[in-house]
Design a protein. Structure first.
Length: 298
């Protein structure tokens, strides 16, 4: 049973790093524009993150070896989910990819309810319904079926589902510390990237990149801050909070991503998309409303 103070700190960490991840698309696209194109820039970031966390991975190797196989698989899958997300931000519109990722509360609540037997509050049901309605409006804004279109959107959808599954496994089975868990998380992302990268783009001529020094600075900066530092915090918070709550709290990323992409990249919303995005944010607000003690029992 977590204390109120622990839950508060975990909540603040998730919100804070959610804001940070709202700007994650910027270094990804900057690295791509400088010549380390497509998925290879993301793979380079994962190499930095894995190397950065290697000392913690080695120090905590006994805890990793003693971990439940589901916990190991969940950490690797969690890394893959953010690799999918990273590539989605490169190949699709930022706002749409972020919204697709935030199907996470829907997936995790359904999985938790029907596979784990966890109860669902009425407030959370209302939040999820608002989120679904927002998603439908976002994807169907052009009058088409509300389905993902293009590689980026499918990767965004896959990232949300994969993270939902991974976060439940981490919550239920994880016993390793945040440091060694982040190392395994980065390794999982790197493995996923190494499988996908050759399928999506040829390996660029890294040695002859015109701005190689600048590229390396961006890669190291992104690998350390967004992966090594923030993932340690998020993995710790994931073990303290319910998976659906983690997904909803991370919606701070939605607002930051939408606004930053509109102001910097010129990715503006239509009226329908704006309404849909607003409904997704409403879903996050509903999570904070006072809850009744009554729950929907299984």
């Amino acid at each position: 049973m977590e204390t109120k103070q622990t839950i508060l700190w975990a909540t603040l960490i998730v919100i804070g790093f959610g804001v940070l991840w709202g700007f994650y698309w910027l270094p990804l696209r900057q690295i791509d524009a400088l010549g380390l194109s497509g998925p290879w820039g993301t793979v380079a970031i994962m190499v930095v993150a894995a190397l950065c966390m290697l000392p913690w991975g080695w120090k905590g190797r006994q805890r990793l070896l003693a971990s439940h196989p589901i916990a190991i698989a969940s950490l690797i899958l969690g890394g893959c989910s953010l690799m999918f997300y990273s590539l989605g931000l490169l190949y699709g519109r930022v706002a749409i990819i972020v919204i697709l990722f935030y199907l996470t509360p829907i997936w995790s609540t359904v999985i938790g309810r029907y596979l784990m037997g966890w109860p669902i509050t009425r407030a959370r049901i209302a939040a999820l319904l608002a989120g679904i309605a927002g998603l439908v409006l976002m994807l169907g804004a052009d009058g088409e079926l509300p389905l993902p279109r293009g590689l980026g959107e499918w990767l965004g959808l896959a990232s949300g589902f994969a993270w939902a599954v991974a976060s439940i496994g981490i919550k239920v089975k994880a016993t390793a510390g945040p440091g060694e868990s982040t190392f395994l998380f980065a390794v999982g992302a790197l493995l996923g990237g190494m499988i996908l990268a050759p399928l999506l783009a040829p390996l660029p001529d890294v040695v002859n990149l015109p701005h190689l020094g600048t590229v390396l600075l961006w890669v190291v900066f992104t690998g350390v801050l967004w992966w090594a530092v923030s993932i340690v915090g998020l993995l710790w918070a994931t073990t303290k909070l319910e998976p659906a709550r983690v997904g909803i709290l991370l919606m701070s990323e939605v607002l930051v991503s939408v606004v930053s992409a509109a102001l910097i990249a010129g990715e503006l919303f239509s009226v329908t998309e704006l309404i849909g995005g607003t409904l997704v944010m409403v879903a996050g607000v509903l999570e904070f409303l006072p809850r009744r003690k009554q729950r929907i029992a299984g």
